[in-house]
Design a protein around this ligand. Sequence first.
Ligand SMILES: Nc1ncnc2c1ncn2[C@@H]1O[C@H](COP(=O)(O)OP(=O)(O)OP(=O)(O)O)[C@@H](O)[C@H]1O
Ligand SMILES: [Mg+2]
Length: 226
Amino acid sequence: MADPSPVLGLRGLVRRYGEGPRAVRVLDGVDLDVRPGETVAIMGASGCGKSTLLHLAAGMDRPDAGEVRIAGVEVHGRPEPARTRERARRVGLVFQDFNLIESLTARENVELAVWLSGAAVAADRIDALAGELGIGELLERRPDQLSGGQQQRVAIARALIHGPAVLLADEPTGSLDRVAGEQVLDVLFDAARARDCALVLVTHSDQAAARCDRVLALRDGRLVPA
Ligand SMILES: Nc1ncnc2c1ncn2[C@@H]1O[C@H](COP(=O)(O)OP(=O)(O)OP(=O)(O)O)[C@@H](O)[C@H]1O
Ligand SMILES: [Mg+2]
């Protein structure tokens, strides 16, 4: 059988910062195909461009050259708000610092993602997903009433509730201690696998990377096998 078409396809991505002779090519020809349900780790030194790469993959930023396809849909050339719409529909994002909205409860944070995605999600799906992630009793709390590990589980619920094709996670355990970090990785991998959702995990941790099907390193602006 032919390979299924990738849920994320990056071709020749270039991203420069700055102008003229002082311009720096942070990304210099990144290629990546992520298959449905595949888990891929991206490692590399601090400042090498991992977050820049995830922002491009999510359509939050535009490349200077190259192509980004999410679930077969070309996003690199589109203006806002089309990129935002594709992202909200097809991608889930998890950040190091959780990025929950402090004035909203956990449930409202998840509901906001449902609304932005335009997906039809029954209210009891939020409770079911929260139960699966171990935060079923915490949905009425605001972020300041939750531990870091609990906040990251809420962020994972927010990222998965609309059924994305791919989850992009940028050092999701970087703000957590070892035990909380491992628990968060357990629920992240289990929940992604249960949905056949692909996962791109940026991490500095060899143990976290070892959980993935493939480990890549970003070096001199390109992705290479680690
Ligand atoms: N908006 C910007 N303007 C100018 N330079 C930037 C900008 N954003 C990032 N950079 C530079 O691009 C490089 C890559 O940054 P990026 O945040 O992608 O690295 P990273 O691999 O995620 O690092 P870390 O592991 O520390 O999170 C860095 O040298 C950074 O200073
Ligand atoms: Mg980063």
